[in-house]
Write a protein that binds this ligand. Structure first.
Ligand code: RP5
Length: 174
């Protein structure tokens, strides 16, 4: 594989882990990384597959809390076991992002992630880019509970978003 690894250089211990089942998920999951970057939240990005690298997944989940991770964002598509399997092996909160699959447009991913039986929760987001972005925003909200700088950045983001909404629509079809 060519290219350089994505994500924040490990100069600070990561507070959020972004994991995904495949390189092909990165086009979606990068939207979470971009937002964490914006909020100055130390994070890491890893390919961790429930199917292809089950031991890597188990090791990642087992070490997560001890390494200081406060949130794990897990994206996967198709038979998307990854978020649930990680959640089963750590008490660190897991937010699941259903990646939009080619065959079923992400409905398979969504239903695989959202229907966790009672006892092992996965906070499930929307399919695709919106879900990746909102997973990062939720992670930021968790970190902001104990981090004033992140809280300030998150509130600034929300205010900027509000300010960006026009009162009246413009006629862009003319
Ligand atoms: C899942 O299978 C991954 O999360 C990905 O969304 C999907 C397809 O993976 P590739 O065949 O593109 O590697 O495990």
């Amino acid at each position: 594989m060519t290219g350089t690894p994505a994500g924040t250089p490990a100069t600070t211990a990561p507070l959020v882990g972004i994991v995904m089942g495949s390189q092909s998920d990165w086009a979606t999951m990068r939207h979470a990384a971009v937002l964490l970057e914006r909020f100055g939240i130390p994070h890491e990005v890893r390919i961790v597959s429930a199917h292809r690298t089950p031991q890597r997944m188990a090791d990642y989940a087992a070490a997560a809390r001890g390494r200081g991770l406060q949130v794990i964002i897990a994206g996967a598509g198709g038979a998307a076991h990854l978020p649930g399997m990680i959640a089963a092996q750590t008490s660190v909160p897991v937010f699941g992002v259903p990646v939009q699959s080619k065959a079923l447009n992400g409905m398979d991913s969504l239903l695989s992630i959202v229907q966790m039986p009672a006892g092992i929760p996965v906070g499930t987001l929307a399919i695709g880019e919106a879900g990746a972005k909102n997973a990062a925003l939720l992670a930021a909200a968790v970190v902001a509970n104990h981090d004033a700088a992140v809280l300030e950045a998150l509130e600034a983001f929300r205010a900027e978003q509000t300010d960006g909404v026009a009162l009246e629509p413009v006629d862009d079809q003319a």
